[in-house]
Design a protein around this ligand. Structure first.
Ligand SMILES: Cc1cc2nc3c(=O)[nH]c(=O)nc-3n(C[C@H](O)[C@H](O)[C@H](O)COP(=O)(O)OP(=O)(O)OC[C@H]3O[C@@H](n4cnc5c(N)ncnc54)[C@H](O)[C@@H]3O)c2cc1C
Length: 289
């Protein structure tokens, strides 16, 4: 399949990209790794008149420490997120998720910013970034704003970003001592996309009790979903295997799964509890070490 005819502009700065977005409006589309947009164009699901390529903009790629925050440029490819020493040291759950995306070619081209902007309900990174309580810096020609992850994913393939905004950076607080993060996924055997997945951030006191928990599940609705009942069950309790299993059993309570070609509703709910337990256990193990 061939896409409809389009113009292509490789921009040199975010400001140049923003000018073009203001000029072209809905007929212009940002291009990052192209691994979601180009297939959609080939299927004629999208036919933008102008592609504005961000890959040539310096300064949007890489991971750095900014105070107590890990700042990840929107154009950082999945491979670089997965292999970053900073990510592995501070938030290994994010490294887990990035390393499970697609195959090597997809991970070498696809970007963290493209993945969250695309907001595919079967994507990996939105789930772990929800567990990590990430924030997103978006820029328009009138300035910058910050969007919290809990407000970012609003519907299937839809985010809180406006059409004239560029996602420039993803920010994750560096967790405190005694905190572990992890991600677990049931991949579709053919595509590798998420059937069901879970991300967890667990903080444990030396006494063994849980002082902080954020747990998110994916694949059960329009986007990542906080497992609030699981988080509440964990907080303040001793993190025994029985307690973790009881908390994980509530992981699908806030979700409204839809049956799809991969799995039915009851199956998804059950698998969510299993993968939430796996993610919590792995996060706890990292919190101990
Ligand atoms: C074979 C295959 C297997 C895959 N498997 C998985 C998988 O297992 N798990 C998974 O999570 N994903 C998977 N993906 C998707 C992959 O991760 C994509 O790379 C990602 O979803 C989109 O990133 P991109 O950089 O390619 O974005 P693009 O395709 O370039 O863009 C996607 C959308 O985001 C917009 N956009 C891009 N960057 C920005 C920005 N900085 N600011 C605002 N808007 C922006 C674009 O305009 C477009 O609408 C797979 C893809 C393929 C082709």
């Amino acid at each position: 399949m061939f896409p409809a005819k389009f113009n292509y502009v490789a921009v040199r700065s975010v400001e140049e990209a923003l000018q073009l977005m203001d000029k072209h409006g809905e007929e212009g589309k940002l291009l990052a790794g192209g691994h979601s947009l180009i297939p959609a164009m080939k299927l004629r699901l999208q036919s933008p008149q102008t592609l504005i390529d961000l890959a040539t903009v310096p300064g949007l790629r890489g991971v750095r420490v900014d105070g107590n925050v890990l700042a990840i440029g929107a154009l950082t490819v999945h491979t670089d997120v997965a292999s970053s020493e900073l990510v592995r040291k501070h938030v290994p759950g994010l490294s887990d998720a990035a390393s499970m995306i697609g195959d090597v070619q997809v991970r070498n081209r696809g970007t963290i910013g493209g993945s969250v902007a695309h907001a595919d309900p079967a994507a990996d990174l939105p789930v772990i970034l929800t567990a990590l309580n990430a924030t997103f810096i978006v820029q328009s020609s009138t300035g910058n704003r910050t969007i919290a992850v809990d407000d970012f994913f609003t519907d299937f393939y839809t985010t809180a970003m406006n059409g004239n905004e560029i996602l420039t950076e993803i920010r994750v607080s560096i967790p405190s001592q005694g905190t572990g993060t992890a991600y677990a996924k049931l991949p579709h055997p053919a595509s590798g996309y998420v059937v069901v997945s879970a991300g967890a951030l667990i903080t444990r006191q030396a006494s063994g009790s849980c002082t902080g928990a954020r747990v998110a599940v994916g694949g059960l609705g329009s986007g990542p979903c906080r497992a609030i009942a699981t988080e509440m069950e964990l907080r303040g309790k001793a993190l025994t295997p029985q307690m973790i299993a009881a908390a994980a059993a509530k992981a699908a309570e806030e979700t409204d799964p839809v049956e799809d070609i991969y799995a039915g509703v009851e199956y998804k709910r059950h698998v969510a509890t299993v993968f939430a337990r796996k993610a919590i256990e792995a996060a706890l193990e990292r919190a101990r070490t």
